[in-house]
Design a protein around this ligand. Structure first.
Ligand SMILES: Cc1cc2nc3c(=O)[nH]c(=O)nc-3n(C[C@H](O)[C@H](O)[C@H](O)COP(=O)(O)OP(=O)(O)OC[C@H]3O[C@@H](n4cnc5c(N)ncnc54)[C@H](O)[C@@H]3O)c2cc1C
Length: 416
């Protein structure tokens, strides 16, 4: 069933009785060409591009809960490509270009909204760092504008420009950045992959790997054994746990990141705004709620919930940036488990186990990467070679020292 305005009108006239399920709830087969573990955005995008770009349709996506129940359905939906380092910029720009055509490609309304991402600066040194980042972006053909305080004031008059400690001096704006509706992205990829023959299998946890002569040839699941020529891991916060089952110890730690949403108010925040003197970012959803977040909790955890001290810290930053927020009520908060790599950049690579491939290390920036991650992981799985924009996302860079430390924080994952 193709979605269109005419289809919607037809269904409306028939009382919406004839909609078909968006994707098939498949029963696992005994054998697949590729099994992708993890039904988040990355796993589903990988399956979709395997089918669409490489013609490999004998593919299963195995999800231990329901698709989108992990970070894909818990993030704050920000998409952007305002990166600095050559290892990252072309990858995230490919992602942005895929976002720009995603809804037409998937025939699904993912509510991609290029409402702009504005990173504020509060000192001369920070302005210079943003000027450098903006120049790097423009040299790679990515849009970037350095704004002074007056220009920021015209866009966002509600900010506290004269804050005694953190006066706002300007910002780096990427107009093509913005937001997309996270769960619609999951559903859109699932539907499009399923239409091309991919099996989406929910409530199917991978609990082990089947090996033959040192090669991974399948997975053990709660719904039986499933053989596969290739197995791809895209399990985000569960990566270290699952890789452990295959005898691998990865340079990844799991940390919780929380997000918060306020009661709905009239439209006031035009795009995404990030505070430059603390870790705080905010945008407004189409329903009117203000969506915001900050740093990850500082300890390792696999629990999908956070703690109150971090909530307090996020609110302190919020008040320093936008004191009017103090009168709003917070409706909900939640947490997701992130796969923090040691340099803050992802891994899309082979593993030392033949037959087992890895997509991980997304930290708290993996939603924006969803299309390019799927595109590049599918390329690796189909052709056994890295895609050109993902060549530096190698697993062995932590041994060889070729780190992609975008933030310059060193090997302390919770700071990336
Ligand atoms: C609060 C929060 C805010 C964020 N905000 C942003 C943002 O604004 N912008 C941005 O770019 N990124 C953001 N992120 C990061 C982003 O959400 C993640 O990097 C990204 O979603 C990870 O990829 P995924 O969608 O495939 O992961 P997930 O959705 O977590 O998918 C992994 C899936 O694997 C499944 N799984 C795990 N173990 C097994 C198993 N053994 N067997 C079968 N299935 C298994 C899980 O159930 C899960 O569904 C945020 C994250 C959080 C938590």
């Amino acid at each position: 069933m193709r979605y269109s305005i005419f289809g919607l009108m037809r269904q409306a006239l028939r009382g919406h009785r004839d909609w078909t399920p968006a994707w098939r709830d498949a029963v696992p087969k005994k054998n697949y060409d590729v099994v992708v573990v993890g039904g988040g955005g990355h796993g589903l995008a990988t399956a979709y591009y395997l089918a669409k770009v490489h013609g490999i349709t004998n593919v299963a996506v195995l999800e231990k809960g329901w698709i989108g129940s992990g970070n894909a359905g818990r993030n704050t939906t920000i998409i952007r490509s305002n990166y600095l380092l050559p290892g990252n910029l072309p990858f995230y720009e490919l992602s942005m270009q895929l976002w720009e055509g995603l809804e037409q490609d998937l025939n699904y309304n993912a509510m991609v909204s290029q409402r702009g991402v504005l990173n504020l600066y509060h000192s001369d040194a920070q302005r210079d760092a943003y000027a450098r980042r903006g120049n790097a972006m423009r040299m790679h053909g990515v849009d970037a504008e350095l704004l002074d305080a007056q220009a920021v004031k015209r866009m966002a008059p509600f900010l506290d420009f004269d804050n005694g400690r953190f006066p706002i001096r300007g910002g780096l704006l990427q107009r093509r950045g913005g937001t997309a509706r996270h769960d619609a992205v999951v559903w859109g990829y699932a539907r499009a992959a399923s239409l091309r023959g991919v099996d989406i299998i929910q409530n199917c946890e991978v609990t082990g790997f089947i090996e033959q002569a040192g090669r991974v040839v399948g997975v053990v699941t709660t719904r039986g054994e499933i053989k596969a020529s290739k197995v791809g891991l895209a399990v985000a916060g569960n990566t270290s746990r699952l890789a452990n089952l295959a005898g691998l110890r990865l340079p990844i730690e799991s940390h919780v990141l929380q997000a918060f949403v306020s009661e709905a108010i009239k439209p006031c925040i035009p795009g995404v705004v990030t505070f430059g003197a603390g870790h705080f970012y905010i945008s407004q959803s189409d329903k009117g709620g203000l969506v915001f977040g900050g740093d990850p909790d500082g300890y390792n955890s696999y629990a999908q919930r956070g703690n109150l001290p971090m909530f307090e810290e996020v609110c302190e930053s919020a008040m320093a940036l936008m004191p009017s927020l103090g009168r709003l009520r917070v409706l909900r908060s939640w947490g997701g488990v992130m796969d923090m790599s040691m340099d803050g950049s992802p891994i899309i690579d082979f593993t030392p186990r033949p037959g087992l491939y890895l997509n991980a290390g997304w930290c708290y920036g993996g939603f924006k990467a969803t299309p390019a991650s799927g595109w590049c992981f599918a390329h690796l799985l189909a052709r056994d070679e890295a895609h050109e924009v993902a060549r530096e996302y190698r697993l062995d860079r932590f041994a060889t020292g070729h780190l992609i430390d975008e933030k310059g924080q060193g090997a302390q994952p919770n700071l990336h």
